[in-house]
Design a binder for this molecule. Sequence first.
Ligand SMILES: Cc1cc2nc3c(=O)[nH]c(=O)nc-3n(C[C@H](O)[C@H](O)[C@H](O)COP(=O)(O)OP(=O)(O)OC[C@H]3O[C@@H](n4cnc5c(N)ncnc54)[C@H](O)[C@@H]3O)c2cc1C
Length: 407
Amino acid sequence: MYEAASEITTVGAGISVWKRTWTILKDLGLDIELAKKAIEPPVDAPKPGLTFRRSDQPEPGYNFYQMMNPYGAITLHRVDVVDVLRAKIPKSYPIYTSKRLQSYSRQPDGSITMHFADGSSAVTDILIGADGIRSPTRQSLFRAMAADDGVTDPAKLQAIDKETGPVWTGTLAYRSLIPAEKLESLYPGHQACRIGMAYLGKNKHIVAYPISQGRLINCVPFSTVVGGEGTTFNGKWVADVSTQEVIDCFSNFEEEAQALTKCMEDPTRWAIHAMTPLPHYASGRVAIIGDAAHAMATHLGAGAGQAIEDVYILGRLLAHPSATLDKAPDILRIYERVRLPFASGVAAECAATGYLYEFNGPAYGGAECEGLRELGKQIEKQWEWHWTKDFREDWRRAETLLSEALG
Ligand SMILES: Cc1cc2nc3c(=O)[nH]c(=O)nc-3n(C[C@H](O)[C@H](O)[C@H](O)COP(=O)(O)OP(=O)(O)OC[C@H]3O[C@@H](n4cnc5c(N)ncnc54)[C@H](O)[C@@H]3O)c2cc1C
């Protein structure tokens, strides 16, 4: 494993995990330790999910829809997830930090040479690019495929980079963890100290839910720049900003929502980028997974779960007793066949849900409570795949394709 950063860690914030992903974590034997870190372990029974509230008004807003999660969700601190995973990596598996991949090249014997920013290189049989939304593995992959098609014109190659690269969704997300005590003292009885809340308004919304056994509130205010979708974001994709910037952005929201922005400490601002669906996730002995393959809008809390699905399918295929190195290209293609259509579908649903949250979707029936309840139902439908589509079917399909490919 080669990591660009100087240590294996993550940006400290919360993450929601849903039934599909939980099934995998259970299969991997990680559920017990992760459940201990959660505010409460997932239950196999209906449980309240996010509560939707109209908030873009000076007077107190109102809760208009209570989403139910038939199989519950689990909310975790990202650092806790990384700690649990890191502790499971066998000591014999080398991890190299401060190794930023720049590109790779294919060798005549089929092996792959990785080229790093510090001038060093290393050789591998199979390369799995899990290098996030700006993935250099992805860029090299599509350039290699273009080379196979005889494309050498630099302008054409640049156009390919652009087509297969991320685009700005037009949305800015502010992220910070709030100590529950601080919120409670500013706004006694604040709902986000107990339950997951979504404070909705025109072109803006705030998602807030308790994590770390209720000691912290994960708070993510979103603001959409009208006309920004698909344009180039000028500026740093992730920047430290002042709390005042967030307060100003949500100054037209009710007091309960503003209490959250006032309590945010050292917020960061993320320009949310996403990928348009790629035609491929693999070529030869190279594959991309996670955000490198399908970075998506955040509105269904799905990106990390989709990355974990990729890893599980690909990992089990590669670890299959009949898998051999000469079959690696077939195996990576099976991973692509199973995962690409599903992840592309999820990405489309994520984008559509963002419009609904910010009163821009076709289901917006007006500001009145009745219209908003209809909107709530539509939003709930967007989430249902998390618990109605069985992940194990995807694995069974992958296994069938593998048996066919290996004869
Ligand atoms: C505001 C927000 C809220 C979210 N909430 C949720 C949620 O609730 N649930 C959910 O499932 N998902 C959520 N997501 C999405 C989720 O965070 C991402 O989909 C997930 O982190 C993708 O994981 P990844 O490993 O593919 O990429 P990343 O998390 O970006 O990790 C990439 C890794 O590769 C390293 N790297 C990068 N470039 C190189 C290089 N050149 N060489 C070597 N190493 C490199 C990086 O340092 C990093 O360690 C959210 C995202 C945002 C922005």
